[in-house]
Design a protein around this ligand. Structure first.
Ligand SMILES: O=C(O)C[C@H](O)C(=O)O
Length: 507
């Protein structure tokens, strides 16, 4: 018998699922992160995990996004071939995108529009986060099964692919790639690995594997039952033994699980893809059977671990409005700071435009001398908010502009993840500093922002230059004026500790 699926039900279900995953982490992730928090021995990594867990519960309570990067929408539809749509005037892409549009423009929980059209040239924001990246598979049956994910740009950026020779070792490749991925993908998260097929199939397998629930704890407890499960465990243990840790701060938990999907491939090769999923892991599954839209059941707040992050008592208060070079130079890598006062923001598009303007000898809309810049693209505020969730973006992408900005008299920068070696040298040369906030704690960070106004490049939307007024915004000195970098030093220390003190079972 043919089942009729209403187009309106599909649109509503996609919109509802996207709203749901914007503020509810999957509970398997929260449980695994809670266990990682308990086991963590590195104080800096434990503090970062505490921020992510606290942020997660705040978002579940407040129905606001876990991360300012509300993602690029990935949708996987398995269409039962006994189903038909009631209205065949629109393509599946158009129908799904209508769900995306409604979710991202929801007046009570507006999500960030991050999608740019004409990517190689004008890079114009589509303003409603469409289009989604849609995959449709025709399968036997009378149901429509849908996986919806909102994938963060920072983790997507770290995707890797290799056309391996048949005899190449997958574990060796993963262990070579993960340190190169740095911390911009916001560990602790998951690794999705696709093996086989063709180039495009391997990447798709990797992405789809990230839709599976975290079950490494159960797998280790019962033991592997296949070669793939054995490989998952081997990669899990060896990656965590690298000591990269939460946010790259050095520690025991870099990944919470490894997922692997495979598919037959040509005798001449072994395509392998790896895609990490960040701390803002967001995906949900629903099924339509013709009886109406699907609604997802909200998790109970008492399922979150009882972790309530508060700033360290050792954190130093910094008055940004009186900040000078001498104070910046007094900070040491690893110091915890609470920022107070006014700072500017700017990320990829603003930096590119600043460079273009300086190259043409044009005057900038704001003066950077004596100021601190925060690399961020915030979510728009709703209700009483001054700004929506506003966590840091990956600072590494701003490396190519950093010397230019420091030459403008910038005192310090705030972002997430490591800086490249040349940038660290430039920070040292200019006696500047780079401070990191925790990626994946965007709503928590936004509570420290008491004022916000656009002061330049308004047309860039979330990438405009804002001036934020902050109160006790928590950051850690990641690169100090001596050129000491936490992200380069701490993972090595923890790698050694893990090895010497056998801190990880299986490593
Ligand atoms: O776009 C952002 O706000 C952050 C991005 O996901 C990143 O991790 O760099």
């Amino acid at each position: 018998m043919t089942v009729t699926i209403k187009t309106a039900d599909l649109i509503e279900s996609v919109a509802d699922a996207l709203q749901f995953i914007s503020y509810y982490h999957p509970m398997d992730y929260i449980r695994a992160l809670g266990e990682a928090y308990e086991a963590e021995k590195s104080p800096a990594a434990k503090d970062a995990i505490a921020q992510i867990l606290t942020n997660s519960r705040m978002c579940a309570e407040g129905h606001r996004p876990i991360c300012q990067d509300t993602g690029i929408v990935n949708v996987f539809v398995k269409w039962g071939m006994d189903c038909r749509l009631d209205d065949t005037s629109q393509s599946m892409q158009e129908i799904v995108d209508e769900g995306v549009r409604r979710a991202y423009l929801h007046p009570e929980n507006k999500l960030r529009a991050s999608i740019l059209t004409d990517p190689a040239f004008t890079r114009r924001n589509t303003k409603d986060n469409t289009p989604s990246v849609l995959h449709v598979e025709m399968v036997p049956g009378d149901k429509v099964s849908v996986d919806v994910a909102a994938k963060g740009g920072g983790s997507e950026n770290k995707s890797k692919f290799k056309m391996m020779n048949p005899s190449d070792n997958i574990v060796d490749w993963v262990l070579e790639m993960v340190p190169q991925m740095g911390a911009g993908w916001c560990p602790p998260g998951m690794l999705g690995i696709g093996i086989g097929g063709t180039a495009e199939r391997a990447v798709l397998l990797a992405k789809q594997s990230l839709m599976d629930p975290i079950d490494m704890g159960q797998l280790k407890e019962r033991g592997p039952r296949s070669d793939v499960e054995e490989l998952r465990i081997e990669i899990f243990d060896k990656v965590n033994a690298l000591g990269i840790g939460a946010q790259g701060l050095g520690g025991l938990s870099t990944i919470l699980d490894v997922k692997i999907n495979d598919f037959p491939c040509h005798a001449a090769g072994k395509p392998v893809a790896m895609i990490p999923n960040c701390a803002a892991t967001r995906h949900a599954h629903f099924t339509l059977d013709g009886s109406g839209p699907a609604y997802l059941e909200a998790p109970k707040l008492d399922e979150w671990p009882d972790v309530n992050w508060t700033p360290s008592s050792e954190a130093k208060r910094v008055q940004l409005d009186q900040l000078d070079e001498a104070e910046v130079q007094s900070w040491k890598h690893g110091d915890r700071l609470l920022l107070n006062g006014k700072m500017l923001t700017g990320r990829d598009a603003a930096h590119k435009r600043i460079k273009d303007m300086l190259d043409k000898g044009e005057e900038l809309p704001v003066e950077f001398r004596g100021r601190v810049i925060y690399y961020v693209g915030p979510v728009d505020p709703v209700g009483e908010e001054v700004v929506g969730p506003a966590g840091p973006t990956t600072a590494t992408r701003m490396d190519k502009f950093t010397s230019m900005m420091l030459e403008q008299g910038l005192l310090a920068m705030v972002g997430k993840a490591e800086r490249g070696l040349d940038t660290v040298a430039s920070i040292k040369k200019h006696k500047s500093a780079y401070l990191m906030a925790v990626g994946g704690s965007a709503y928590l960070v936004s509570r420290a922002i008491k004022g916000s106004k656009v002061v330049g490049f308004e047309d860039l939307g979330m990438e405009a230059i804002y001036e934020f007024e902050v109160q006790d915004m928590p950051v850690t000195v990641a690169v100090d004026a001596e050129g000491q970098s936490v992200h380069h030093l701490a993972p090595l220390v923890w790698q050694e500790k893990i090895r010497k003190e056998s801190l990880l079972e299986g490593a």
